[in-house]
Design a protein around this ligand. Sequence first.
Ligand code: NAD
Length: 364
Amino acid sequence: MLFSKMEKDNYEQVVFCQDKTSELKAIIAVHSTTLGPALGGCRMWPYESEEAALEDVLRLSRGMTYKNAAAGLDLGGEKAVIIADPKKDKSEAMFRALGRFVESLNGRYIIAEDVGTTVKDMDYIHEETDYVTGVSESFGSSGNPSPMTARGILAAMKRCAKEAYGSDSLKGKTVAIQGVGNVAFSLCEQLDQEGANLIVTDINQEAVDRVVERFEAKAVAPDEIYQADADIFSPCALGGILNDDTIPKLKVKVICGSANNQLLDIKKHGKMINEKGIIYAPDYIVNSGGVINIADELNNYNHERAMQKIDQIYDQIGKVFEFANTEKITTADAADQIAEKRIRQLKEVRSNFFKHEHSLLTKR
Ligand code: NAD
């Protein structure tokens, strides 16, 4: 059963991690190391079942392969999930146990933060392994990735505005934001500076109050965000929210946000959005600022350099639009094809290299 799942999308390795003392139950899925060591976050979530956790980690790790490839990083894709509630089940022992599992993979997997994990958790992992990013700044790290992720979303949104309205200025544009947590708070800050108007929603009232007070955002109920009178919809909460029920409600011209796997069905819903004349910025390119930032840590972190690389998301989104227009495909398909091409090219380079080495050996 598991091998058939792995074969379907070509996963390299799935590791089940258990530590009874700390009650750690985690799964690490390495999707691909073709472009380099696999880098991806660790999600902590009270999954309803082990099957649900496995589905999630497989889906997310494959997404990281595409994200890292499309971002031009020489890194493969993986993800880890811890099956537990981040609000009550965390302990130093649990993260240190996970750190030992990461260490045992000997650099094939470099772990980082994701939903439910924090810089402090990465610091515990760092006690056991060097194969970790997103640790405290005192360890020479880049710190909280959310502002950098938000910087990337802003760059992508500006490129979308240019495509939709002929100018990349967001002044006077209304952006409807679903979920105003860590990333979207920084995004609100940057959009406010750009002179955009904000409509926000969240299931957490405190998060809503924070942005209403700070940026004079207009708050709406969670199920009203889809039909908001806005120019841009920015999903920054959960995946699967672009689907049969929600797409018909949208009045915007652009969708550009940080949430992973926004399209419930990439083919079907990518096409539905296209047919509605809405410009969709592929999620894993839009939100790649976070991973671009932490990947820079592997090269003696430099904040200015990381920001410059993140700003290139503007051009990256432009390339996706051009390719989609030329090939007459959806932007979601265009992003996947660009990422797949990069992986294929590297495989070819490697295979040619080995053929060359083999011919030298046989000549000797
Ligand atoms: P977060 O947990 O801080 O914020 C998410 C917010 O969404 C929370 O305030 C939550 O209450 C709200 N929310 C959840 N369900 C909702 C619903 N149904 N309707 C409205 N609001 C809802 O997470 P974050 O770090 O800000 O990340 C947001 C998204 O961006 C996630 O999907 C994450 O995977 C993705 N992402 C984050 C980063 C990063 O740097 N943190 C990088 C890449 C991608």
